[in-house]
Design a protein around this ligand. Structure first.
Ligand code: AMP
Ligand code: ZN
Length: 112
């Protein structure tokens, strides 16, 4: 399968790693939209939020346990936003589940 984030998870394409364990990888977004912009992905391929199901949701819970640790490590004490774009209307460009962590400035309120 030709998936950019599977290749990053496998180490075949380089990334600026922020956190890694056996299940997940976090790395800096190549085109940051905030002073801190990190992507957290499951190492195993899941296409999007739409593909989360009882069989694969444990890793999603794990991702949300890891996110506060990453945010603390980045010093995001004033808050941050977690975003996952799912499908065309949301503008998802990489079809491997990922959660954006955005912070380090006052973020715009617009969600849509
Ligand atoms: P989305 O639009 O939600 O699918 O987000 C995809 C994100 O992946 C965008 O913010 C891109 O800047 C980011 N991105 C694309 N290629 C890379 C890469 N090689 N390394 C890090 N981030 C990337
Ligand atoms: Zn993938």
């Amino acid at each position: 399968m030709d998936c950019l984030f599977c290749k990053i998870a496998a180490g075949d394409i380089p990334s600026t790693k922020v956190y890694e364990d056996e299940l997940v990888l976090a790395f800096r977004d190549i085109a940051p939209q905030a002073p801190t912009h990190i992507l957290v992905i499951p190492k195993a391929h899941i296409a999007s939020v739409a593909e989360i199901a009882p069989e694969n949701s444990a890793v999603v819970a794990h991702i949300f346990e890891v996110i506060p640790q990453i945010a603390a490590g980045e010093g995001l004490k004033d808050g941050y936003r977690v975003v996952s774009n799912c499908g065309d209307h949301a503008g998802q460009t990489v079809h491997h589940l990922h959660f954006h962590i955005l912070g380090g400035k006052q973020l715009a309120l617009e969600m849509a």
